[in-house]
Design a protein around this ligand. Structure first.
Ligand code: UDP
Length: 318
């Protein structure tokens, strides 16, 4: 197969490119480096089955040659990023998804949308099954991401139903691991960077809010299997093991051996109080479940960030 991955220089996009290449497929990577980084794909440059297009998928997009798959992963995905870039976030979820679907239609390629647990908003049902319609504030600061992804799901289903495009939708829950951007502002990267730099660990609110953290290799394997399945309706891919933000901070301190203190900051507006995927569908349809638990995944992620220490990329988080 020859597949196009938008956001290929991003955290998930670059790991997905590796996964397709590993199985002998060809990958066309597309990225405008808004939040992705060339370092994430530096190891692929010169690979005979990898090519790269520097482009914004929100603009009209042309890709030469046949494509068997289009995987749309381009988007700011950290709350700090999409609060800073709300228009770009709305555009890539709407115009970018439209362009990516148009490419899939023109090439008769399978399409996979990277959607998100944010479509559930601040959930009133816990854990969240795919049948839950969510609790989203459309005009709050997170609305730019949540509603863009909800629109993206809607237009994906419309292209499936009206145009017969062979579509997949993955709802990705909090994922962490190597190639996260040190300054992207997400909780795992923030806490590790702060711990390694000996800076205070910034807990927002009282730290009792929960998230369920999936290691990147598990996430990518689930997405890869979904792409190869026949399932058109959304599938949650995430690790159901749930932790409070305070528990995460304590685990990062233990694993890094850092003496950093914990400090409190205001809770961001509309920050979801709980989040845990119901992965019954992924288990049943894909025979998939996560294999790497938080302690092991964090240890690998800490090693990665240690390797960046001293580099310009290891800036203090924003
Ligand atoms: N968070 C925190 N300190 C930080 C960054 C995030 O306490 O330095 C909290 C944030 O308020 C949220 C959780 O950690 O409750 C996860 O935040 P993240 O930005 O990783 O992504 P989200 O799951 O909210 O999309």
């Amino acid at each position: 197969m020859r597949v196009l991955i938008t956001g290929a220089a991003g955290f998930l996009g670059s790991h997905l490119a590796d996964r397709f290449l590993k199985d002998g497929h060809s990958v066309v990577g597309l990225d405008n480096f808004l939040t992705g980084h060339p370092d994430n794909i530096a190891h692929l440059m010169g690979h005979d089955r990898f090519s790269f297009i520097r482009h914004n998928i929100s603009d009209y997009s042309y890709v030469a040659g046949p494509l068997d798959g289009v995987l749309h992963f381009a988007s700011p995905a950290s709350p700090v990023d999409y609060l800073e870039m709300p228009i770009q976030t709305l555009k890539v979820g709407s115009l970018g998804t439209h362009n990516a679907l148009g490419l899939a239609l023109a090439k008769q390629a399978r399409f996979l949308l990277a959607s998100t647990s944010e479509v559930y908003g601040d959930p009133l049902v816990h854990p969240q099954p795919e049948t839950y319609w969510g609790n989203v504030n459309p005009i709050g600061p997170r609305g730019c991401y949540d509603e863009a992804k909800r629109f993206a799901e809607a237009i994906t289903m419309a292209y499936h139903r009206a145009q017969g495009v062979d579509t997949r939708i993955v709802r990705i829950f909090n994922t962490y691991g190597t190639r996260m951007r040190p300054g992207d502002g997400r909780v795992v990267s923030n806490f590790i960077v702060q711990a390694l730099n000996g800076e205070p660990i910034s807990i927002y609110g009282d730290g009792s809010q929960s998230r369920s953290f999936c290691y990147v290799s598990d996430e990518v394997e689930g997405i890869y299997r979904l792409f190869q399945s026949d399932e058109h309706l959304p599938v949650n891919i995430g690790n159901p093991n749930e932790f409070t933000v305070r528990q995460l901070a304590e685990l990062v301190l233990e694993l890094t051996g850092s003496k950093s203190v914990i400090t409190s900051h205001p809770l961001p507006t509309d920050d979801p109080k709980v989040r845990q995927p119901d992965i019954t569908r992924a288990r049943t349809l894909l025979g998939w479940e996560p294999t790497i638990q938080l302690r092991e995944g964090l240890a690998q992620t800490i090693e990665y960030f240690r390797g960046l220490q001293g580099s310009a990329r290891m800036q203090p988080p924003t």
